[in-house]
Design a protein around this ligand. Structure first.
Ligand code: GTB
Length: 217
């Protein structure tokens, strides 16, 4: 299975380099693991064509190729990287199982209402029912943030040392920054800032920015 690692990313991310597209979390994991990788940029059109669909049945980014192995879904990709390289999952079996639990919690419990909020704002903001629905969707996000903040308490990371669980959770929470909801919990704002301060995150962010930065002027 070993071979050069190639991931895919947007040719031009709609966020203009804020690091919100999901290739950033894969880049971050590879940087934490100290693994070199190549990036193949794909257009929205190419994403829906057979060559890309062979890698990603839903026609999305990111994908991950390593020799004969091809993966999609960032949770699975980050888990694959974390399993094979030191530093992203604890050695102790129980601590490892808990970290994996938190990875699932990030993508399965915390991310869905955050995505719902992004859709409600970006795609449904002009619908006649949007004004009534938005507070409901925001309420669901607030519930999760309150619970997460209560779990985190005064700890730096979700369960002991930094792990792939924090990488996924911080990546998920970053999408909320522009909403202002994150700042309602100082605990979570500081948690996200701790993630962003990691040198591996900074390298990942800079690399995606180099691709997506809007031209000056
Ligand atoms: N569950 C999958 C995973 O975790 O890998 C979801 C993958 C996914 O949503 N990919 C998006 C995609 O390819 C890019 S990341 N979309 C194109 C399509 O579906 O046709 C989602 C994303 C896109 C843009 C921003 N942004 O501009 O701020 C943020 C996040």
């Amino acid at each position: 299975m070993s071979g050069q690692i190639i991931i895919t990313a947007f040719e031009r991310s709609p966020d203009g380099g804020q690091g919100l597209a999901r290739d950033t979390r894969v880049r971050w994991a590879l940087e934490e693991a100290g693994q070199p990788y190549e990036v193949r940029l794909v257009s929205f059109k190419a994403m829906k064509e057979p060559a890309h669909l062979a890698l990603h049945p839903f026609g999305q980014i990111p994908t991950y190729e390593e020799g004969s192995l091809a993966l999609f879904e960032t949770g699975a990709i980050v888990f694959h990287i974390a399993e094979r390289h030191a530093g992203l999952l604890p050695d102790d079996a129980s601590a490892r199982a808990r970290a994996i639990t938190w990875m699932f919690a990030a993508v399965n419990t915390v991310e869905p209402p955050i995505l719902e909020l992004a859709n409600a704002r970006l795609l449904e903001g002009n619908k006649p029912w949007s004004k009534e629905r938005l507070p409901l969707v925001e309420g669901r996000v607030r519930d999760r943030l309150k619970q997460l903040s209560a779990h985190l308490g005064t700890a730096d990371w979700l369960d002991g040392a930094f792990s792939a669980a924090d990488l996924m959770m911080v990546s998920v929470l970053l999408r909320l920054r522009s909403s202002g909801l994150l700042d309602e919990h100082q605990t979570l704002a500081a948690y996200v800032a701790r993630g962003e301060a990691r040198p591996a995150y900074k390298r990942a962010f800079a690399d995606q920015l180099a691709v997506n930065k809007p031209p000056a002027g």
